[in-house]
Ligand binder design. Sequence first.
Ligand SMILES: Nc1ncnc2c1ncn2[C@@H]1O[C@H](COP(=O)(O)OP(=O)(O)OP(=O)(O)O)[C@@H](O)[C@H]1O
Ligand SMILES: [Mg+2]
Length: 326
Amino acid sequence: MPAVKIVELTKVFRSGFAFVPTNRDSLHFAHRLRLTGIRRIRTVALDSLSLEVEEGEIFGYLGPNGAGKTTTFKLLVGLLRPTSGEAWLLGNNIRDISSQKEIGFLPEQPYFYDYLTAREFLDFYCQLYNLSKQARKRRVSELLELVGLQDAASVQLRKFSRGMLQRIGVAQALINEPKLVFFDEPMSGLDPIGRKQMRDVILRLKADGKTVIYSSHILSDVEEICDRAAILSQGKLHGVGQLNELLGVRKQLVEMSIEGLDETSKAKIKELASESIERGNRIILNISDEVALKEAQDIVIQQGAKLLSLIPRTESLDELFARKVE
Ligand SMILES: Nc1ncnc2c1ncn2[C@@H]1O[C@H](COP(=O)(O)OP(=O)(O)OP(=O)(O)O)[C@@H](O)[C@H]1O
Ligand SMILES: [Mg+2]
Protein backbone atom coordinates (compact mmCIF):
# COMPACT_ATOMS: atom_id res chain seq x y z
CA MET A 1 0.00 0.00 0.00
CA PRO A 2 1.45 3.40 -0.91
CA ALA A 3 1.70 5.98 1.89
CA VAL A 4 -0.03 8.49 -0.36
CA LYS A 5 -2.13 7.82 -3.42
CA ILE A 6 -3.54 10.77 -5.32
CA VAL A 7 -5.87 10.38 -8.29
CA GLU A 8 -6.77 13.35 -10.49
CA LEU A 9 -6.94 15.73 -7.56
CA THR A 10 -8.12 19.18 -8.63
CA LYS A 11 -8.67 22.42 -6.77
CA VAL A 12 -10.27 25.45 -8.35
CA PHE A 13 -10.51 28.67 -6.35
CA ARG A 14 -13.20 31.13 -7.21
CA SER A 15 -12.51 34.58 -5.88
CA GLY A 16 -13.17 38.24 -6.70
CA PHE A 17 -14.99 39.41 -9.80
CA ALA A 18 -13.99 40.20 -13.34
CA PHE A 19 -16.07 43.07 -14.68
CA VAL A 20 -16.75 43.65 -18.35
CA PRO A 21 -18.32 47.13 -18.72
CA THR A 22 -21.25 47.80 -20.99
CA ASN A 23 -23.02 50.85 -22.36
CA ARG A 24 -26.44 49.24 -22.30
CA ASP A 25 -27.16 50.96 -19.01
CA SER A 26 -30.93 50.89 -19.37
CA LEU A 27 -31.04 47.18 -18.68
CA HIS A 28 -32.27 45.92 -15.39
CA PHE A 29 -29.28 45.57 -13.03
CA ALA A 30 -29.45 41.82 -12.40
CA HIS A 31 -30.06 41.16 -16.06
CA ARG A 32 -27.15 43.38 -16.95
CA LEU A 33 -24.83 41.46 -14.65
CA ARG A 34 -25.59 38.31 -16.55
CA LEU A 35 -25.32 39.83 -20.03
CA THR A 36 -22.12 41.71 -19.41
CA GLY A 37 -20.45 38.59 -18.19
CA ILE A 38 -19.48 39.54 -14.68
CA ARG A 39 -17.78 36.40 -13.59
CA ARG A 40 -15.87 35.18 -10.59
CA ILE A 41 -12.16 34.81 -11.21
CA ARG A 42 -11.24 31.17 -11.47
CA THR A 43 -7.80 29.91 -10.41
CA VAL A 44 -6.93 26.31 -11.10
CA ALA A 45 -4.46 25.85 -8.26
CA LEU A 46 -4.16 22.11 -8.79
CA ASP A 47 -4.97 20.51 -12.11
CA SER A 48 -5.77 16.80 -12.04
CA LEU A 49 -2.76 15.66 -10.01
CA SER A 50 -2.07 11.93 -9.88
CA LEU A 51 0.83 10.73 -7.75
CA GLU A 52 1.93 7.93 -5.45
CA VAL A 53 4.44 8.08 -2.62
CA GLU A 54 5.76 4.83 -1.16
CA GLU A 55 6.03 4.12 2.54
CA GLY A 56 9.39 5.04 4.06
CA GLU A 57 10.32 7.42 1.26
CA ILE A 58 11.64 10.94 1.54
CA PHE A 59 9.73 12.66 -1.20
CA GLY A 60 10.50 16.16 -2.47
CA TYR A 61 7.70 18.31 -3.80
CA LEU A 62 9.29 20.90 -6.02
CA GLY A 63 7.85 23.87 -7.83
CA PRO A 64 8.16 27.62 -8.21
CA ASN A 65 6.00 30.11 -6.28
CA GLY A 66 2.32 29.61 -6.95
CA ALA A 67 2.80 26.11 -8.38
CA GLY A 68 0.19 24.61 -6.06
CA LYS A 69 2.38 22.93 -3.43
CA THR A 70 0.64 24.40 -0.39
CA THR A 71 -2.74 23.76 -1.97
CA THR A 72 -1.83 20.08 -2.40
CA PHE A 73 -0.77 19.77 1.24
CA LYS A 74 -3.88 21.55 2.49
CA LEU A 75 -6.10 19.25 0.44
CA LEU A 76 -4.31 16.18 1.76
CA VAL A 77 -4.41 17.14 5.42
CA GLY A 78 -8.05 18.20 5.24
CA LEU A 79 -7.73 22.00 5.41
CA LEU A 80 -9.27 22.40 1.94
CA ARG A 81 -11.85 20.36 0.07
CA PRO A 82 -10.99 19.12 -3.39
CA THR A 83 -13.04 20.38 -6.34
CA SER A 84 -12.70 16.89 -7.79
CA GLY A 85 -10.50 13.82 -7.54
CA GLU A 86 -9.56 11.48 -4.74
CA ALA A 87 -6.63 10.79 -2.45
CA TRP A 88 -5.73 8.27 0.22
CA LEU A 89 -3.29 8.62 3.10
CA LEU A 90 -2.10 5.29 4.49
CA GLY A 91 -5.13 3.71 2.83
CA ASN A 92 -7.73 6.13 4.22
CA ASN A 93 -9.64 8.45 1.91
CA ILE A 94 -8.94 12.13 2.65
CA ARG A 95 -12.69 12.80 2.80
CA ASP A 96 -12.73 10.48 5.81
CA ILE A 97 -11.58 12.03 9.11
CA SER A 98 -9.62 8.87 10.03
CA SER A 99 -7.10 9.79 7.31
CA GLN A 100 -5.82 12.54 9.62
CA LYS A 101 -4.99 10.20 12.48
CA GLU A 102 -1.47 9.17 11.68
CA ILE A 103 -0.21 12.22 9.90
CA GLY A 104 1.81 15.25 10.92
CA PHE A 105 1.86 18.64 9.22
CA LEU A 106 4.19 21.61 9.34
CA PRO A 107 2.36 24.53 7.73
CA GLU A 108 4.13 27.06 5.55
CA GLN A 109 3.70 29.84 8.11
CA PRO A 110 3.20 28.19 11.47
CA TYR A 111 1.95 30.31 14.35
CA PHE A 112 3.67 30.07 17.72
CA TYR A 113 2.72 31.25 21.18
CA ASP A 114 5.68 33.54 21.67
CA TYR A 115 5.81 33.66 25.44
CA LEU A 116 5.92 29.92 26.00
CA THR A 117 9.24 28.17 26.30
CA ALA A 118 10.01 25.36 23.87
CA ARG A 119 9.16 22.79 26.53
CA GLU A 120 5.90 24.51 27.54
CA PHE A 121 4.88 24.87 23.91
CA LEU A 122 5.33 21.17 23.14
CA ASP A 123 3.75 20.18 26.44
CA PHE A 124 0.69 22.25 25.53
CA TYR A 125 0.29 20.36 22.25
CA CYS A 126 0.85 17.03 24.00
CA GLN A 127 -2.06 17.90 26.30
CA LEU A 128 -4.29 18.22 23.23
CA TYR A 129 -3.54 14.55 22.60
CA ASN A 130 -4.50 13.65 26.19
CA LEU A 131 -1.07 12.34 27.14
CA SER A 132 -0.46 11.81 30.85
CA LYS A 133 1.95 14.11 32.64
CA GLN A 134 4.70 11.51 32.64
CA ALA A 135 4.18 10.54 29.03
CA ARG A 136 4.25 14.21 28.09
CA LYS A 137 7.53 14.77 29.86
CA ARG A 138 9.12 11.85 28.07
CA ARG A 139 7.69 12.76 24.68
CA VAL A 140 8.73 16.43 24.94
CA SER A 141 12.31 15.45 25.80
CA GLU A 142 12.43 12.98 22.92
CA LEU A 143 11.16 15.58 20.49
CA LEU A 144 13.54 18.30 21.68
CA GLU A 145 16.39 15.85 21.28
CA LEU A 146 15.22 14.79 17.82
CA VAL A 147 15.21 18.35 16.49
CA GLY A 148 18.37 19.31 18.39
CA LEU A 149 16.75 21.86 20.70
CA GLN A 150 17.41 20.24 24.07
CA ASP A 151 19.63 23.15 25.10
CA ALA A 152 16.89 25.65 24.26
CA ALA A 153 14.15 23.82 26.19
CA SER A 154 13.68 26.68 28.66
CA VAL A 155 14.00 29.53 26.17
CA GLN A 156 10.88 31.46 25.16
CA LEU A 157 9.95 31.03 21.51
CA ARG A 158 10.08 34.78 20.93
CA LYS A 159 13.84 34.49 21.44
CA PHE A 160 14.17 31.70 18.89
CA SER A 161 15.93 32.20 15.57
CA ARG A 162 14.14 31.36 12.34
CA GLY A 163 15.85 27.98 12.09
CA MET A 164 14.98 27.12 15.69
CA LEU A 165 11.33 28.04 15.04
CA GLN A 166 11.22 25.80 11.98
CA ARG A 167 12.60 22.96 14.08
CA ILE A 168 10.15 23.46 16.94
CA GLY A 169 7.41 23.47 14.28
CA VAL A 170 8.68 20.12 13.08
CA ALA A 171 8.70 18.80 16.65
CA GLN A 172 5.11 19.93 17.06
CA ALA A 173 4.12 18.13 13.85
CA LEU A 174 5.57 14.92 15.30
CA ILE A 175 3.84 14.85 18.70
CA ASN A 176 1.35 12.14 17.79
CA GLU A 177 4.12 9.89 16.40
CA PRO A 178 2.73 10.12 12.86
CA LYS A 179 3.76 7.60 10.22
CA LEU A 180 3.44 10.13 7.46
CA VAL A 181 4.50 13.78 7.65
CA PHE A 182 4.03 16.76 5.38
CA PHE A 183 6.40 19.70 5.76
CA ASP A 184 5.55 22.79 3.73
CA GLU A 185 8.80 24.63 2.93
CA PRO A 186 10.69 23.47 6.03
CA MET A 187 13.92 25.01 4.77
CA SER A 188 12.65 28.39 3.68
CA GLY A 189 14.55 31.26 5.20
CA LEU A 190 17.22 29.02 6.73
CA ASP A 191 20.93 29.58 6.40
CA PRO A 192 23.19 26.71 5.21
CA ILE A 193 23.63 25.40 8.76
CA GLY A 194 19.89 25.54 9.39
CA ARG A 195 19.28 23.70 6.13
CA LYS A 196 21.74 21.00 7.09
CA GLN A 197 20.06 20.60 10.51
CA MET A 198 16.67 20.29 8.84
CA ARG A 199 18.02 17.70 6.42
CA ASP A 200 19.41 15.73 9.36
CA VAL A 201 16.05 15.79 11.12
CA ILE A 202 14.34 14.50 7.97
CA LEU A 203 16.93 11.74 7.57
CA ARG A 204 16.35 10.67 11.18
CA LEU A 205 12.63 10.47 10.53
CA LYS A 206 13.30 8.22 7.57
CA ALA A 207 15.57 6.04 9.71
CA ASP A 208 12.62 5.72 12.13
CA GLY A 209 10.56 4.34 9.23
CA LYS A 210 8.46 7.43 8.58
CA THR A 211 7.40 8.76 5.21
CA VAL A 212 8.36 12.39 4.76
CA ILE A 213 6.95 14.62 2.04
CA TYR A 214 8.26 18.16 1.93
CA SER A 215 8.03 21.03 -0.45
CA SER A 216 10.61 23.48 -1.65
CA HIS A 217 11.24 25.73 -4.61
CA ILE A 218 14.97 25.19 -4.29
CA LEU A 219 16.34 22.18 -6.03
CA SER A 220 19.42 21.75 -3.88
CA ASP A 221 17.21 21.36 -0.77
CA VAL A 222 15.75 18.29 -2.35
CA GLU A 223 18.56 16.70 -4.31
CA GLU A 224 20.73 15.67 -1.38
CA ILE A 225 18.27 13.61 0.62
CA CYS A 226 15.19 12.78 -1.43
CA ASP A 227 14.57 9.30 -2.71
CA ARG A 228 12.23 10.72 -5.32
CA ALA A 229 10.73 14.05 -6.21
CA ALA A 230 7.89 15.54 -8.18
CA ILE A 231 8.01 18.78 -10.12
CA LEU A 232 4.89 20.88 -10.15
CA SER A 233 4.32 24.07 -12.10
CA GLN A 234 1.10 26.06 -12.53
CA GLY A 235 -0.88 23.31 -10.86
CA LYS A 236 0.32 20.62 -13.22
CA LEU A 237 2.70 17.75 -12.58
CA HIS A 238 5.78 17.92 -14.79
CA GLY A 239 7.36 14.66 -13.76
CA VAL A 240 8.03 12.27 -10.90
CA GLY A 241 11.06 10.14 -10.22
CA GLN A 242 14.62 10.21 -9.04
CA LEU A 243 16.03 13.66 -9.59
CA ASN A 244 18.72 12.67 -12.07
CA GLU A 245 16.24 10.90 -14.34
CA LEU A 246 13.67 13.64 -13.78
CA LEU A 247 15.92 16.40 -14.87
CA GLY A 248 17.63 14.51 -17.64
CA VAL A 249 20.86 15.61 -19.20
CA ARG A 250 22.53 18.80 -18.12
CA LYS A 251 23.62 21.23 -20.79
CA GLN A 252 27.25 22.08 -21.37
CA LEU A 253 27.75 25.81 -21.49
CA VAL A 254 30.54 28.20 -22.28
CA GLU A 255 30.67 31.43 -20.38
CA MET A 256 32.20 34.18 -22.50
CA SER A 257 33.26 37.55 -21.21
CA ILE A 258 33.97 40.26 -23.82
CA GLU A 259 34.99 43.90 -23.69
CA GLY A 260 34.75 46.60 -26.36
CA LEU A 261 31.90 45.52 -28.66
CA ASP A 262 29.84 48.18 -30.43
CA GLU A 263 26.06 48.21 -30.02
CA THR A 264 25.31 46.40 -33.30
CA SER A 265 27.63 43.51 -32.55
CA LYS A 266 26.38 43.39 -28.97
CA ALA A 267 22.86 42.87 -30.28
CA LYS A 268 24.09 40.20 -32.73
CA ILE A 269 26.08 38.33 -30.13
CA LYS A 270 23.22 38.42 -27.61
CA GLU A 271 21.05 36.52 -30.05
CA LEU A 272 23.56 33.68 -30.05
CA ALA A 273 23.50 33.39 -26.27
CA SER A 274 21.05 31.60 -24.01
CA GLU A 275 21.64 34.33 -21.44
CA SER A 276 23.56 37.58 -21.36
CA ILE A 277 24.39 40.28 -18.85
CA GLU A 278 25.96 43.66 -19.54
CA ARG A 279 28.26 45.28 -17.03
CA GLY A 280 29.64 48.60 -18.18
CA ASN A 281 31.40 47.95 -21.48
CA ARG A 282 31.64 44.24 -20.72
CA ILE A 283 29.22 41.61 -21.78
CA ILE A 284 28.98 38.15 -20.26
CA LEU A 285 27.29 35.45 -22.27
CA ASN A 286 26.21 31.87 -21.75
CA ILE A 287 26.43 29.95 -24.99
CA SER A 288 25.21 26.39 -25.23
CA ASP A 289 25.93 25.25 -28.77
CA GLU A 290 29.14 25.00 -30.75
CA VAL A 291 28.03 26.75 -33.92
CA ALA A 292 26.86 29.75 -31.91
CA LEU A 293 30.16 29.77 -30.03
CA LYS A 294 32.11 29.84 -33.28
CA GLU A 295 29.98 32.71 -34.61
CA ALA A 296 30.41 34.64 -31.38
CA GLN A 297 34.19 34.24 -31.57
CA ASP A 298 34.13 35.46 -35.19
CA ILE A 299 32.27 38.59 -34.13
CA VAL A 300 34.86 39.26 -31.44
CA ILE A 301 37.72 38.91 -33.95
CA GLN A 302 36.04 41.03 -36.66
CA GLN A 303 35.35 43.77 -34.16
CA GLY A 304 38.83 43.68 -32.69
CA ALA A 305 37.12 43.35 -29.30
CA LYS A 306 38.84 41.84 -26.29
CA LEU A 307 37.95 38.33 -25.19
CA LEU A 308 38.46 38.41 -21.42
CA SER A 309 37.59 34.83 -20.66
CA LEU A 310 36.09 31.68 -22.10
CA ILE A 311 35.06 29.21 -19.41
CA PRO A 312 33.40 25.88 -20.16
CA ARG A 313 31.00 24.74 -17.46
CA THR A 314 28.07 22.44 -16.80
CA GLU A 315 24.65 23.98 -16.33
CA SER A 316 23.82 24.26 -12.64
CA LEU A 317 20.93 22.22 -11.25
CA ASP A 318 18.99 25.40 -10.62
CA GLU A 319 19.41 26.53 -14.22
CA LEU A 320 18.28 23.13 -15.40
CA PHE A 321 15.31 23.23 -13.06
CA ALA A 322 14.30 26.68 -14.30
CA ARG A 323 14.59 25.44 -17.90
CA LYS A 324 12.42 22.37 -17.16
CA VAL A 325 9.76 24.39 -15.38
CA GLU A 326 9.58 26.87 -18.25
N1 LIG B 1 -7.51 30.75 -0.94
C1 LIG B 1 -7.19 31.02 -2.21
N2 LIG B 1 -8.00 31.73 -3.00
C2 LIG B 1 -7.69 31.98 -4.29
N3 LIG B 1 -6.56 31.57 -4.88
C3 LIG B 1 -5.69 30.86 -4.13
C4 LIG B 1 -5.95 30.55 -2.76
N4 LIG B 1 -4.90 29.83 -2.27
C5 LIG B 1 -4.04 29.71 -3.30
N5 LIG B 1 -4.50 30.32 -4.41
C6 LIG B 1 -3.83 30.35 -5.72
O1 LIG B 1 -3.51 29.04 -6.10
C7 LIG B 1 -2.24 28.97 -6.74
C8 LIG B 1 -1.33 28.00 -6.02
O2 LIG B 1 -1.01 28.52 -4.74
P1 LIG B 1 -0.14 27.71 -3.66
O3 LIG B 1 -0.11 28.53 -2.44
O4 LIG B 1 -0.66 26.33 -3.55
O5 LIG B 1 1.30 27.69 -4.35
P2 LIG B 1 2.70 27.22 -3.76
O6 LIG B 1 3.29 26.26 -4.73
O7 LIG B 1 2.55 26.78 -2.36
O8 LIG B 1 3.55 28.58 -3.83
P3 LIG B 1 4.69 29.15 -2.83
O9 LIG B 1 6.00 28.54 -3.29
O10 LIG B 1 4.67 30.61 -3.12
O11 LIG B 1 4.32 28.81 -1.44
C9 LIG B 1 -1.73 30.41 -6.78
O12 LIG B 1 -2.05 30.95 -8.02
C10 LIG B 1 -2.51 31.08 -5.68
O13 LIG B 1 -2.68 32.44 -5.98
MG1 LIG C 1 3.34 27.38 -0.62
